[in-house]
Write a protein that binds this ligand. Structure first.
Ligand code: ADP
Ligand code: ADP
Ligand code: MG
Length: 451
């Protein structure tokens, strides 16, 4: 018995390959879709069948709802896996899948709409008794309104796009002058990037840690957590390194966090895997930041410490099967670390597209979830992440030592990458002792990128 006969994967790169892997394991056929820029991409040849869906620009291919639906119908796919990014958090796409009787592997359109709005999510979480970052719970429509609210909250503040994602659409403001200066621009950016100009204000937390909780929930009301992931090594408010367990949490605090995450998810009738993101201040108070209603880039960290296949669980839940596992049966074993290898300039963090002229990975020593192979082109059209390196050890020190060794053995040429940066972080005192915060990378950049 299999969950589905044929699954269309509405994505590209490493995550498309990752989903194909689990489908193959379960004997499910796959349909890859690809843009003209991706004709040679590895996910295309690895799927059972593949269909070109348009030109390179994501809007004309991977984000083209009708085209993806049309291909799913034509190839008789009974379900669509959206991966992350692209159409994964698009309620209109989910609605279209429902109309065509194609299973969307994810939550309902309504839940995605609710959690896709950081503002609405704040309201829901407060109803569940989960603390949110102090801030406003309504949209700020004019700069005058924003100034009034800001005076009540006190600076510094984060001006945020409610629909934002990928670290885009948030702006730190230190005082009134700065707020007035950036308000209209942030709103416009929110509008052009996310088609939604709603912005709100949140207290800016100083030297915080980003710690998130992996959740799974089936259609029978069972909600389980799969422990936390520490994601405080970031640049441009986007993660670069993730690990689990978090070196910041003791058992009591971890328990409190996991309970809050489960309570929050129980509030919203959620189904699918999902991530509750929290931010911790220097006094170990934690606040809900947002929820991502999809598979997360860093899900392998959780797979390594739990031994579970999260893509399989997504398929199972979408096929309306019960989880059939209890919380007590899920363990956090050993320690896992993930590094994201990006084709980017290590100084400016700007994408650096090009052809990967050589790529060598010590395949037996770590898990490599890569979207590219030797000879692949990293184009400017999509996210510049080349792949993820994941290690698992019996302790944090053991995992660290493994990662240090594996990174030394990677050989990549043709594009600029952050490989040296990753190597240096793995040997940095503050990373090694686990005391780093989200400010770590930007603050230490100078010494971390020096040859
Ligand atoms: P994660 O939240 O899983 O850690 P990222 O923030 O790196 O991962 O985002 C994963 C991918 O999804 C990136 O390609 C990013 O640009 C994209 N993405 C995330 N959120 C959004 C959004 N709201 N709108 C458009 N793209 C998004
Ligand atoms: P996105 O949807 O882009 O992932 P998040 O709200 O999850 O947006 O924030 C991304 C990152 O930005 C966080 O992990 C954190 O490092 C930083 N950040 C967000 N809100 C705050 C805040 N109020 N104070 C300090 N840092 C923040
Ligand atoms: Mg986030």
């Amino acid at each position: 018995m299999s969950y589905f006969r044929k699954v269309l994967i509405a994505n590209r790169g490493e995550i498309a390959r990752r989903i194909i892997r689990t489908c193959k394991k379960l004997g499910i056929d796959t349909v890859a879709v690809y843009s003209e820029a991706d004709a040679e991409a590895p996910h295309v040849s690895e799927a059972t069948e593949a269909v070109c869906i348009g030109p390179a620009q994501a809007k004309k291919s991977y984000l083209n709802v009708e085209k993806v639906i049309q291909v799913a119908k034509k190839t008789n796919a009974d379900a669509i896996h959206p991966g992350y990014g692209f159409l994964s958090e698009n309620p209109e796409f989910v609605r279209r899948c429902e109309e065509e009787n194609i299973v969307f592997i994810g939550p309902s359109a309504e839940t995605i709409r609710l959690m896709g709005s950081k503002l609405e999510a704040r309201v829901q979480m407060q109803k569940a008794g989960v603390k949110v970052v102090p801030g406003t719970d309504r949209s700020l429509d004019s700069v005058e309104e924003a100034v009034l609210v800001a005076n009540e909250l006190g600076y510094p503040l984060m001006l945020k796009a409610s629909a934002g994602g990928g670290g885009i659409g948030m702006q730190l403001v230190h005082d009134q002058e700065e707020l007035i200066k950036v308000f209209d621009g942030t709103k416009q950016k929110a509008n052009s990037f996310f088609n939604d100009g709603t912005v709100f204000l949140e207290k800016w937390i100083l030297n915080p840690r980003h710690i998130e909780v992996q959740i799974v929930a089936d259609t029978y009301g069972n909600v389980l957590h799969l422990f936390e992931r520490e994601c405080s090594v970031q640049r441009r408010n986007q993660k670069v390194i993730e690990e689990s367990p978090s070196p910041f949490l003791d058992d009591a605090l971890r328990k409190e966090l996991l309970e809050a995450a489960v309570r929050g998810v129980e509030q919203i009738n959620y189904t699918n895997v999902g991530t509750m993101e929290f931010i911790f201040d220097e006094n170990k108070n934690f606040y809900f930041l947002e929820m991502n209603t999809r598979l997360q880039v860093e899900h392998p960290v959780t797979e390594e410490i739990t031994g579970l296949d999260l893509v399989e669980w997504q398929l199972k839940i979408a096929a309306k099967k019960p989880l059939a596992v209890t919380q007590e049966e899920i363990n956090q074993t050993g320690h896992a670390i993930e590094c994201r290898l990006y084709a980017e300039d290590p100084y400016t963090f700007f994408p650096s597209p090009g052809v990967i002229s050589s790529l060598e990975l010590p395949e037996n020593e770590a898990r490599f979830d890569f979207g590219y192979i030797n000879g692949s082109a990293v184009t400017p059209f999509y996210d510049p992440m080349i792949g993820k390196i994941i290690v698992h050890g019996i302790s944090r020190d053991h995992a660290l030592a493994k990662m240090q060794k594996v990174l030394e053995e990677i050989d990549i040429h043709g594009v600029k990458t952050n490989l040296l940066l990753l190597k240096k972080i793995m040997r940095n005192d503050q990373f090694m002792d686990g005391s780093y915060t989200t400010a770590f990378l930007e603050k230490n950049k100078g010494q971390l990128v020096k040859e």
